[in-house]
Design a protein around this ligand. Structure first.
Ligand code: HEM
Length: 203
């Protein structure tokens, strides 16, 4: 057991295998392997990716960005050269995976256009609050994902010295990355309200 747990890759593989057993259980003893089952799988993939993405966003904001100024200069490269690049790798791909599976849920529930138009396109003819609220949350999350890929990551590459830049450019990039990372932290809680309350309230 220790051999499995001391190897990160094997631990994740074992976790996936266990998850698969549960998923198959839901298929056999639930609705069968149909569209609803697939929606359940999309939700699992979506929430697992979202936890990784927002978990790392919170790591950056609750821990790394706050503590970095207090770390002695000779120790800073430990974070900027080793920890941050690895964390940013999982961060940006988890963000993309969250978007893909989130859109897949909306597609499989046949309301993708309704939510993306914030409920203006609805089944009832009028504006549908369910789609307005969930759509607003999805747009917040899409803006957050855009920030990750097109603002935070390019600026972090400069700030961390992964691409050539002078000291001024690095300082400017670090500030921009921090501001957008904070923006995403600000948007995260309202975004999560819509993700978690929609199904509870509207079904
Ligand atoms: C662009 C990104 C995102 C999109 C397109 C998206 C889309 C969706 C959709 C369509 C649902 C189903 C809502 C319903 O009908 O009840 C959902 C649920 C959910 N999402 Fe997201 N979402 C995104 C980002 C996130 C993030 C970053 C998290 C963070 C963990 C997250 C967590 C959740 C949770 C926990 C649920 C509830 C699942 C359930 O009740 O079964 N989402 N999302």
């Amino acid at each position: 057991m220790a051999a499995l747990l001391l190897n990160f890759r094997n631990t994740i593989i074992a976790s996936f295998v266990l998850a698969l057993i549960f998923i198959i259980g839901y298929g056999f003893d639930g609705v069968g392997f149909n569209e609803i089952f697939l929606q359940g799988v999309f939700r699992w993939l979506h929430v697992a990716s979202g936890i990784l993405w927002i978990g790392l966003l919170y790591y950056f904001n609750f821990v790394q960005i706050r503590i970095m100024p207090t770390i002695p200069a000779e120790l800073k490269p430990g974070v900027s050269k080793y920890i941050a690049p690895e964390a940013l790798f999982w961060f940006r791909w988890a963000a993309l995976s969250t978007v893909i599976w989130g859109l897949a849920i909306a597609g499989s529930r046949h309301y993708l256009v309704n939510v993306l138009t914030l409920g203006v396109v609805s089944d009832t003819g009028g504006i549908d609050a369910k789609y307005t609220l969930l759509g607003a949350g999805m747009w917040l999350a899409l803006i957050m994902a855009f920030n990750v890929w097109f603002v935070i990551w390019p600026n972090q590459k400069i700030a961390l010295g992964l691409v050539e830049a002078d000291a001024d450019a690095k300082a400017k990039a670090a500030k921009t990355a921090t501001l957008f990372s904070r923006t995403n932290t600000l948007l995260s809680l309202p975004m999560l309200v819509t993700m978690t309350m929609s199904q509870t309230i509207f079904g």
